[in-house]
Design a protein around this ligand. Structure first.
Ligand SMILES: [Zn+2]
Length: 141
């Protein structure tokens, strides 16, 4: 029984993204502050994963690509807001000031969350899950 291999199940991809965990091990936190509405620390990220040592700062300008993810998330969110607006007010385009105000306020309120999730999703696109078995002890931070 000494050669028994115990399979380690990978933490769920979706749960890892929702909890903003490291894409390589899905255990370490990517952001230093879990609350995205603390404005001064909204974009503050760890340099490396505290569990596996994965580098979160690959190169200067690495997160420029996250802007495309952010754009997609915000468009999707505003489409949902538009449907809710139509469901509540039974019109769309008749009162443009109310429509634009609703969209602007909703976009402003959700911007920090979309900012963070765009970075997380971009990291998950670039960095593959490696699991714990690939991490030597010296790689820990
Ligand atoms: Zn990690």
């Amino acid at each position: 029984m000494s050669n028994t291999i115990i399979p380690v199940s990978a933490p769920n991809l979706i749960v890892g993204i929702i909890k903003m965990k490291c894409p390589a091990c899905r255990e370490g936190s990517v952001f230093t502050d879990p609350n995205p509405y603390h404005w001064s620390r909204m974009g503050s990220m760890h340099e490396k994963c505290s569990v596996c040592g994965e580098n979160f700062r690959h190169e200067p300008g690495f997160y420029f690509g996250a802007a495309y993810v952010s754009y997609g998330l915000m468009v999707g969110f505003l489409i949902i807001v538009g449907f809710l607006y139509y469901f509540i007010f039974q019109e769309i385009g008749e009162n443009m000031l109310r429509l634009l105000s609703t969209g602007s306020v909703a976009a402003t309120l959700v911007a920090p969350v979309i900012f963070r999730y765009s970075r997380i999703i971009y990291l998950y696109i670039i960095v593959r899950f490696k699991g714990k078995k690939h991490f030597p002890e010296k790689g820990r931070v």
